[in-house]
Ligand binder design. Sequence first.
Ligand code: PLP
Length: 334
Amino acid sequence: MPDLIDLRSDTVTRPTDAMRAAMVAAEVGDDVYGEDPTVRALEERVAGLFGHEAALFTPTGSLANVLAVGLLVAPGQEVLCESAAHIARAELGAHGAVSGVTMRTWTDPRGQVDLAAIEAMFAPDMGPFFVPTATVSVENTHNFAGGAVLPYADLVALRSWADSKPVRIHLDGARLWNAHVATGVPLADYGAVADVLAVCLSKGLGAPVGSLVVGPADLMAQARVRRKRLGGGMRQAGILAAAGLHALDHHLDRLADDHAHARLLAEACGVDPATVDTNIVVIPHDDAPRFVAAARDEGVLVSAVGPRTVRLVTHLDVPRAAAERAAKVLAALR
Ligand SMILES: *Cc1c(COP(=O)(O)O)cnc(C)c1O
């Protein structure tokens, strides 16, 4: 049987030989002492890309989000987000369990910003009556909405609404790189609409480990303390940061290939191309687990994210030829 083609997630990539070489060559020091030059270089570079003062390297995107939301929302306050947001569904309740934050949600099948719903939900601090709204969190691209892009104009409108209220904005940008490549909106423009962002290096960019929180220097100093408290202080982490720097140099522009491969797979599977903004394809199917098993028998790994929903994710380790072969296999199973 030929090699498996793994379309379950863009987290399954393995570091390339060139990335491994960059990791081997990294200059390192103890980052808890602030002495790892490679981590510092990565933090400065990513902060600069988004036009913010500072950034903080974290082992995971979930920790980046916990730190980010925790900076903006005090215990007993709330964050508003879309009901399928990663922070609401896939972080195992960390924002409540660890940070004492509550959530209320609006629902949009494409994960979009619903400013009318947000305005209607917003609760000012009125003393001992209602949970005050501190932050609105948005996710771009939206994972469970199939990699959907949030139109930049909607983010700008949300920003100007938040500026009229005591409300701040968290952007879960685990796949913001994909949104940037798909739309051409500069990273700094995305940075400008958020008070604090979280971005991942271990999704489409193909690094083995790592995310960053990005924002004002005073908040990042607080996040540094909180990261250590939660067990996320790392020592010679420059080995990992080097992978991130390499990914930014070599793997950002090529996300366009992943997007093209996703469109190719969508077409083969009869999926409406209007639902494929980036590198994720959602296929409705009567029996998703059976489809997944049949695809596996043909050497293609995909996920059932619901009883009637199959998900494919394209990435660095799925070159054109593999995407074409997978498209043939999946088309025959439809
Ligand atoms: C993957 C992901 C994260 C972070 O996940 P980790 O597995 O903790 O790195 C955060 N937000 C979104 C939207 C994601 O897809």
